[in-house]
Design a protein around this ligand. Structure first.
Ligand code: URA
Length: 244
């Protein structure tokens, strides 16, 4: 068999394994066509982050800046979400992350543990991160609001206004190569629009000079698993952008 064909088969296998891991049972026809034309690419291997970080000597400055930001937030009472929270979920991951994932706000598990995306939606996000060729600790994960909205309702305008300056500052400090905004609230807040997520996803926007890729929220995918392949398409575009 020609070497090129072997590479194509390997690519298809990688994609199919990804779909299987994400719980997809059927492949839409246009994906199958893409596989045939070998447009779907295998995630590139990512070199481990070296001490000192991907951009050299910024590492300790970033750690100090994030610590100062956490101190500034303190025992925050800036909005009514503070009343019901158990923990502030600041965000976590590598300060030198190439990719930053930004969700909406903590759910019950996140509130209890003080860590972002650790519940069912978080497990799905972690699978996506790993299929993209990263470890969870290589990326940075945060949310638009840092306290759990009651009964997991959508955060309200005043809560978003009070809290979103902090995730903006976190993005500025980490300065990732790409931001992935997860779902409507995150995307609309970061790019300042009311356009529905279904229309926004899959195209790059700018967040303060950082390319931002909107995609569906993992919680949406838990309810609509047939759309997982669209998120994988968005992820492929992010991986392409990282090569530039
Ligand atoms: N959903 C979010 O938007 N963020 C989390 O941290 C968990 C679930």
């Amino acid at each position: 068999m020609q070497k090129q064909n072997i590479e194509i088969i390997k690519d298809i296998k990688t994609v199919l394994e990804f779909y299987q891991a994400m719980g997809i049972e059927r492949i839409p026809l246009n994906i199958a066509q893409k596989c045939r034309s070998a447009e779907v690419q295998k995630p590139p291997p990512h070199p481990p982050l070296g001490k000192g970080g991907r951009r050299g000597g910024d590492y300790s400055k970033k750690v100090i800046a994030l610590k100062a930001l956490r101190d500034e937030i303190g025992d925050c009472q800036r909005c009514k979400l503070s009343k019901g929270r158990k923990n502030i979920v600041f965000g976590e991951g590598s300060v030198d992350a190439e990719i930053m994932f930004i969700g909406e706000g903590p759910g019950e598990d996140e509130d209890l543990q003080g860590r972002p995306f650790v519940g069912r939606a978080g497990q799905l996000l972690t699978k996506l991160i790993e299929k993209m060729g990263f470890k969870r600790e290589d990326v940075y994960i945060g949310n638009i609001v840092k306290c759990r909205p009651p009964f997991n309702r959508v955060p309200e305008e005043d809560e978003i206004s009070a809290c979103s300056p902090f995730i903006r500052k976190q993005a500025g400090i980490i300065s990732p190569k790409v931001i992935v905004s997860l779902g409507r609230i995150s995307t609309q807040t970061l790019i300042g629009t009311k356009i529905p997520i279904g229309k926004l996803r899959g195209k790059f926007y700018q967040f303060e000079n950082i390319p931002l890729m909107p995609t569906f929220h993992p919680s949406y995918l838990l309810r609509n698993p047939k759309d997982k392949w669209l998120v994988w398409e968005d992820a492929q575009k992010v991986l392409e952008r990282l090569k530039k």
